[in-house]
Design a protein around this ligand. Structure first.
Ligand code: BGC
Length: 758
């Protein structure tokens, strides 16, 4: 399609009509010019294609599709290849179903573990979320299917999700809430962005020019189409001027007429509309061009879903190597989720799965010596008589077996789009069940199904904990493979499991008041906070066990000194020292030295997952660029690297750092400084010239040297005592006070300030 020429052939009404969808799941077509409708569907861990009644809440039926692990599970894979495989598989399924765009991935940060949609989001860490999402988008789009990264931006809770105002300072926005979007836009060429419902610092995302144009298009170079979240459009014309393209859903409520009126009345420049329509038609045209016949079948995709699920589960405890289980050891499988695992969350991402096999059936089919008892009833937690009877029966069955595996976790009603949780507790009946079983059966393992962290009050009383997250329709089969050791678990937590909800950094400001939520914890989200506060956690970010062991060794930095405009290659060696093949996700953290602004203790800046046979060792390499050392400075509205020493740490988790070396990084940007009498000594001495000035004055004041003010002193000659005086007592002293103390004359200070400002 010659898009520009097509737009010239459209009437004003036709142009406006293209700016909203054809009901729930299509862009509009135009027969006159042979423009077809393009279908888009939720996503992102499976296809929710509705062919009958349409809705955006996951209420009505959709076609059968393969349900993959949801994002919180996928992130635990710490594996770009997994994301690529997922993208390829979903791309093929979309092509087979004639779907042009899959709505997702969701890359919002996990600010609070209570957010009802956390199962749909990757991580509390923007680097990890961005890397994984970008890999997925690239491979999905390689199959000719557009991705739509969402929800842009700061939609981090379900309370007031459609109307609330997220108040976020600029540095926090840039360092925590935008980088995953930025990475996807810059590195994957994502073809669409979905703007969020909420407002950001007082302006709805759907009409936020700073977000949709200044940052997204001008700074990051986004070339695609901006879609509203379903029903997120606010002022239609204002939105279009801000950079919003397609209103979804279309249909009777769509505001096309407002666009027509605004152009007619001269309130909207028609060229703005033309540009919007061009972007929409370019999207349509790309979809048409990229539609293709693809070989795809459910069974193969299901196998892939099982395989991927096996990469995502996280082994949290494995005392006495209770896992893997032996097939012939009589094991009690306890809990409803053994028959029907909980494998996905509620809401718009809800997939009608193709095939779900429970862990119990899989284990029986594979010939394991297993007995089953129900343990709890998620539909009825109130009837105490039944609760007690089920627990008693479970205790009896567990006692008679040699080991017990309890399949526990959050029931459907606990985690869904549209609603936040109010606590991290698991259902009380399940906690009771686990406690009671663990008392009679020392070899107890818990398999946990939840899309987000929960509290584990019994974690010291059971030997094994396998976090299965919501691992898609392959969950049961993957659980069986891990429990019996055909798959070695290799997932690592992409989020912290806190000891208490109250420890979470957003606790005092979640979900906000009267529709406003202040992100007061700033850049200290997730492990950035727990580490800064030196708080104990249940399981730290990046944590996950394996059935084998890995040794880390031989860390090398390509250079000891770099400029922030250069890159740094970092290598190390990992060896599988255990007896089973396994995979390890190595994590690279950067820890800045003392700086001029408060920064997290360390931040994830690299990760690699590798597969090793027993005894095998391999070199792993990472490349860091200037951004890995930078923070966002609001003084220059840009990333800024303070010169100094930075520790490069390689670890098996954020709290299990195995290797460390230091690199000196020289920042090449300067922060602007305005020199004035109210400036403090501390601020002045950040600059070498300022530091010399203060040292010189003090030297004179303290009669320790005979230097004249005009002379350029050699700092090396100044006694240590002066340095210490400055450090210990003068950092907060305004320069003007040095005049009042008689250390220098007013004219001298003025002359100095003038010289420094010129
Ligand atoms: C959700 C989106 C989803 C859309 C369409 C909205 O309510 O926030 O994530 O893609 O509905 O179903």
């Amino acid at each position: 399609m010659d898009v520009e020429n097509t737009v010239r052939q459209l009437t004003l009404e036709e142009k406006a009509a293209f700016c909203s969808g054809y009901y729930y799941w299509h862009t509009k077509g135009l027969e006159r010019l042979g423009i077809p409708k393009i279908m888009m569907c939720d996503g992102p861990h499976g296809l929710r294609k509705q062919v009958g009644a349409e809705d955006h809440l996951g209420l009505n039926e959709s076609v059968q599709a393969v349900c993959f692990p949801s994002a919180s599970a996928l992130a635990a894979s710490f594996d770009r290849n997994v994301m690529e495989e997922l993208g390829t598989c979903l791309g093929k399924e979309c092509q087979a179903e004639h779907v042009g765009m899959l709505l997702g991935p969701g890359v919002n940060m996990k600010r609070s573990p209570l957010c009802g949609r956390n199962f749909e989001y990757f991580s509390e860490d923007p680097y990890l979320a961005g890397e994984l999402a970008a890999s997925y988008v690239k491979s999905l789009q390689k199959e000719g299917v557009a991705a739509c990264v969402k929800h842009f931006a700061c939609n981090n809770q379900e309370t007031d999700r459609m109307s609330g105002d997220s108040r976020v300072d600029e540095r926090t926005l840039r360092e925590i809430y935008l980088p995953a979007f930025e990475k996807v836009v810059k590195e994957s060429g994502v073809r669409a962005v979905m703007c969020a419902y909420n407002s950001l610092n007082g302006t709805f995302c759907a009409e936020n020019k700073k977000l949709l144009t200044d940052i997204l298009r001008e700074e990051w170079g986004f070339q695609g189409m901006v879609v509203t979240d379903w029903g997120a459009v606010k002022g239609r014309v204002k939105g279009m001027e801000a950079g919003l393209d397609l209103e979804m859903p279309g249909g009777p409520g769509a505001q096309d007429q407002k666009i027509v009126d605004a152009v007619r009345e001269g309130r909207l420049d028609e060229t703005v509309l033309d540009r919007t329509v061009e972007r929409i038609l370019r999207f349509v045209s790309d979809c048409v061009e990229q539609e293709k016949e693809t070989a795809w079948n459910h069974e193969d995709a299901h196998r892939k879903a099982v395989e991927i699920a096996g990469e995502c589960m996280v082994l949290l405890e494995n005392r006495d190597q209770i896992l893997p289980l032996k097939k012939d050891v009589k094991t009690a499988f306890i809990g409803e989720f053994a028959v029907k695992p909980r494998y996905q969350g509620g809401g718009s991402s809800h997939v009608n799965p193709w095939k779900v096999t429970g862990t119990l059936d899989t284990a029986l089919e594979k010939g394991a010596n297993v007995v089953f008892t129900r343990g709890y009833d998620t539909e009825n937690e109130e009837d105490q008589k039944q609760v007690t009877a089920l627990i008693e029966e479970a205790v009896q069955v567990a006692r008679e077996a040699e080991a017990a595996v309890i399949f526990a976790g959050l029931p459907d009603a606990y985690e869904s789009e549209g609603k936040d949780r109010t606590s991290l507790e698991m259902p009380e009946v399940q906690n009771r069940l686990i406690g009671a079983v663990a008392e009679v059966q020392p070899n107890t393992v818990v398999v946990l199904h939840a899309g987000a962290p929960v509290l584990l009050p019994w974690r010291d009383r059971v030997k094994g904990i396998l976090l299965a997250y919501l691992c898609g329709e392959g969950a049961g089969e993957a659980e069986e493979a891990i429990l019996y050791g055909r798959v070695n678990p290799s997932g690592k937590l992409a989020e912290t499991f806190p000891l208490k909800l109250e420890h979470n950094p957003s606790y005092l400001n979640f979900p906000g008041e009267n529709g406003t939520v202040e992100y007061r914890e700033g850049v200290f989200t997730g492990y950035r906070y727990y580490d800064k506060k030196a708080l104990d956690v249940a399981y730290p970010f990046g944590f996950g066990l394996s059935y084998t062991e890995f040794d880390y060794d031989d860390l090398r930095l390509e250079k000891e000194n770099i400029k922030d405009t250069e890159t740094l290659r970092v290598t190390c060696r990992v060896k599988n020292t255990g007896t089973l093949p396994g995979k390890e996700a190595l994590q690279l953290y950067v820890e800045p030295g003392e700086g001029t602004c408060p920064r997290p203790v360390r931040e994830l800046k690299g990760f690699e997952k590798i597969s090793l046979m027993p005894g095998e060792s391999r070199k792993v390499s990472f490349v860091l660029d200037g951004r890995a050392f930078a923070y966002y400075s609001t003084e220059i509205s840009d990333w800024y690297v303070p010169s100094g020493d930075y520790r490069i740490q390689i670890g098996a988790s954020s709290r299990d750092l195995r290797l460390e070396k230091t690199v000196h990084v020289e920042g090449t940007k300067n922060l602007p400084v305005h020199y004035c009498a109210s400036m403090t000594v501390g601020q002045l001495i950040r600059e070498e010239k300022g530091r010399q000035f203060v040292m010189k004055i003090l030297a004179k004041y303290m009669h320790l040297t005979e230097l004249e003010i005009e002379e350029q002193p050699d700092i090396e000659d100044c006694p240590e005592i002066i340095e210490n005086t400055i450090k210990n007592t003068m950092m907060g002293m305004p320069l003007a006070s040095m005049v009042t103390y008689g250390a220098l004359k007013e004219e001298q200070l003025e002359a100095f300030l003038e010289k420094m400002n010129s």
